[in-house]
Design a protein around this ligand. Sequence first.
Ligand SMILES: Nc1nc2c(ncn2[C@@H]2O[C@H](COP(=O)(O)OP(=O)(O)OP(=O)(O)O)[C@@H](O)[C@H]2O)c(=O)[nH]1
Length: 578
Amino acid sequence: MESFVGLSGPSNQDLESPLASDPIPDSLPPEAAEGNVEYKLKLINPSQSRLEHLVTQMKWRLREGQGEAIYEIGVDDGGTLVGLCELEMDASMKTLYLMADKLGASINILREQMITGESDLTPRKVTEKKENDVSDNQSNRPFHGQVLIRKVPDDQQSIEIRVAVLGNTDVGKSTLLGVLTQGDMDNGHGSARLNVFRHLHEVRTGRTSSISCEILGFSSSGCPLTYNTFYTAEDIYDHATKLITFIDLAGHQKYMRVTVCGLTGHSPHFALLVVSAVTGVAGTTKEHLGLALALGVPIVVVVNKVDLASTYMLQQTRHQVEDLLKGPGCKKACFYVECVDDAYGAVSMLISGNVAPVFSVSCVSGIGIDLLYAFLNVIPPSISVKEKERLIQLPNEFQIDETFRLSDVGIVVGGLLTQGIIKEGDSTSVGPLEDGSFFPVKITSIHRHKTPCRVVRAGESATLALAGCQNINIRKGMVLANFNSHPPVCQFFQAQINLLFHTGLITSGFQTTVHIGNVRQTATLVKIMGNKSLATNDKGTVIFRFMKQPECVRPGAQLLFREGRTKGIGQVTQVFQF
Ligand SMILES: Nc1nc2c(ncn2[C@@H]2O[C@H](COP(=O)(O)OP(=O)(O)OP(=O)(O)O)[C@@H](O)[C@H]2O)c(=O)[nH]1
């Protein structure tokens, strides 16, 4: 484990010269056998058997991308942008439409660009003339096409991505979500954020204190579906082939606990780290970045409020962001997204892990918002299809992070299904109770995004109405699981930790708030293996004991702990079954 930027205490980051952003590559990396990206040099007049093979291949790429595949046309397997003349490109696109049509998939042309030479802007000639070449009598202008193919898997309503929104207080996180999901600009005085707030005191103070989720849909042609055109979340959910769920988190230090819970409990695929162009990297920015990195959540930076910043200010902020991202534990280069092509290119860079895309936007003038939409339309889930399928095969486990008692429905719980599949009408059990036991319950109805549905699969969040548990005290941190599958309930667990910051030494008896998934509880450090104490940056194997009730914790789960300025991260290595 490395020490993480922003979680390693209050020391100042080293301010060296800014890291230059990487130039856009002239060729693509070689085609990967796995994944959802396929390179095709050309697709001209295929025979029937070749067409069938191409359709099977497209189906496979769509499965790899969990419903989305990217086709790069005019590119050879090695990644060289060879290019096609206009007629070849048209013929290839016709074949691509035919292939997609056979699968009932939609096609969205992301870009069709002319390939130019490296040193000058002269279009590169297609040098090789193949047997099937139809380029005669055509201009030799070679094109490269990038196409998004989308087919929502039969057992899903839409392709879903969860995006956490992080950043210091007042940088415009709630406003940005308001603008993206409502489709209307802000007035600079908080008009756009009103729909995102959950509590009256948030409306009064303008400060987020709780976690709120907002959805943004995309149609199969890539159009954003917002409340500007749809009245309800249900309408958006019904019409979207892709759905982004934003998790708006609190920026103020006072609500850091809520922010940590949102990150650990909602398992976001990506995080938008919002920075104000005016105030730069300030307040909780570093700590939020550190939290996301510790949990392995890929980061996209959004520099907001560019309408208020002078060119000098914006440059200063960009330099600060570059310094922050190249710091220890992060080590990423910035990629500034300036046009739609960059927005699409930023996706593969984000996935490579070494680069963080940086958008510059204004929620008031609307600058850069279209680029964010373009990017969000094409981001893929950050877990592989194999991992998703593995999780679906496991016994059910639904992590509860919200509970409600509704007069007409009874007890309703909200949370994330981390493994397995649950269906309406299933019998399961809820726990652990104070004595570590589970209590049988029935799932009477399921809602996703305020819409009724019958099935939830691993990786999806939902709200479930439960019957048979009126007298049970259901709390956040509990799980729904089939008791026969022996969910790992423990009071004591072992973890490998990295103490990121503490003013002195921690020894046995030290108490801290531990976050593991939806679990948040004070725990006592009862033993440090092979050592008496740990200081800042020390790593060690320790045993924790939950102070109150036992919890359901799985070996391998990531762990965060904090108490005042003390911070640490780690991984559960063993649980001592209750
Ligand atoms: N001029 C301008 N003002 C903006 C922009 N984005 C947000 N604001 C204003 O900035 C203020 C703070 O915005 P919020 O969305 O509440 O900020 P936040 O990051 O969610 O703050 P917390 O909830 O405390 O974490 C509001 O008055 C917004 O109108 C922008 O791009 N330009």
